[in-house]
Design a protein around this ligand. Structure first.
Ligand SMILES: NC(=O)c1ccc[n+]([C@@H]2O[C@H](COP(=O)([O-])OP(=O)(O)OC[C@H]3O[C@@H](n4cnc5c(N)ncnc54)[C@H](O)[C@@H]3O)[C@@H](O)[C@H]2O)c1
Length: 261
């Protein structure tokens, strides 16, 4: 499925950052975008600009997913492209409280399970569809100082791979967005970091519009991995070639930088 014009596209976390950029980009391509966010006002703001419907959706709540998809069916707005984008930056370590880990797990991973649980059977029944998940380069490599984020983003990548493998023959395509830093409010996770760390983050950060552009290119090609920072592919190869050398390099990097998302 490569055509976007006229397609119904549901986006989570679309009130800000990458989700809002995806909403604007899909809308510019003629898609009928459905804007959702836990922040109902933010969703309404983006939706007003695009003259799109909007819904308050907490992605960590399975009942809200089920109710939303039922409402969309009734309105004739069953999405054929679903962007499971909402996520949160969670710093911490193995010493962080269980509640910190659980929140990261619910918002960054189970949200994808809940969205797929509703979307995939409908897509299969309708002859196919496209699932786009926003993971992170942290899901392929790591995230210094942010174990819950790195671990849950790895799980998000694993889930996307599994769905692509399992449902490919039933018309379901999957793309997984894995950027490094993107200039969105999420970078506020670095507000307490040193000037040096913040400068490093900003030097790597790209715009959410660029992420959206690279995502639509991947959709057009039916490509699984969306790597808006092309160097991430090289880092992945280095890691796969010699994981001990990669860990030693990351240890050196960790010495010079403070924790962040
Ligand atoms: N900004 C980065 O550097 C970066 C890098 C790699 C991956 N990502 C990922 O991109 C995705 C989007 O992040 P962003 O950078 O645009 O951040 P953002 O903070 O600008 O936007 C995230 C949006 O998700 C919403 N949200 C948070 N919790 C939610 C929930 N429980 N239910 C529904 N909506 C919720 C927020 O209200 C917000 O509108 C996330 O999954 C994030 O992990 C971001």
């Amino acid at each position: 499925m490569r055509e976007i014009d006229g397609k119904c596209v549901l986006i989570t976390g679309a009130g800000s950052g990458i989700g809002a950029a995806l909403a604007r980009r899909f809308s510019a391509e003629g898609a009928r975008v459905i804007v959702t966010d836990i922040d109902g006002d933010a969703a309404a703001f983006v939706a007003a600009e695009l003259e799109a419907p909007h819904f308050q959706l907490d992605v960590s709540n399975p009942d809200q997913h089920a109710a939303l998809f039922t409402d969309l069916d009734a309105a004739g707005l069953t999405p054929s492209i679903v962007c499971l984008n909402a996520g949160i930056a969670v710093n911490g370590s193995v010493e962080s409280p269980d509640a910190t880990w659980q929140r990261a797990w619910d918002v960054n991973v189970m949200s994808h399970v809940y969205g797929m649980r509703e979307a995939i059977p409908r897509m299969v029944a309708n002859g196919g569809g496209y699932i786009v998940t926003t993971a992170s380069a942290a899901g392929l490599l790591t995230s210094l100082g942010a174990a819950p984020y790195a671990v849950t983003k790895h799980a998000a990548v694993a889930l996307a791979e599994w769905v692509a493998i399992t449902y490919g023959d039933r018309g379901i395509s999957v793309s997984c967005i894995c950027p490094q830093f993107v200039d969105t409010p999420m970078l506020g996770a670095f507000s307490e970091s040193s000037e040096e760390t913040r400068a490093w983050v900003q030097s790597i950060a790209i715009s959410p519009e660029e992420v959206a552009e690279r995502t639509l290119e991947a959709l057009a090609e039916g490509r699984f991995l969306v790597l808006p920072h092309p160097e991430v592919e090289r880092f992945m190869r280095n890691k796969a070639n010699d994981v001990d050398r990669w860990i030693a390099g990351m240890q050196d990097l960790a010495k010079g930088l403070e924790p962040g998302a």
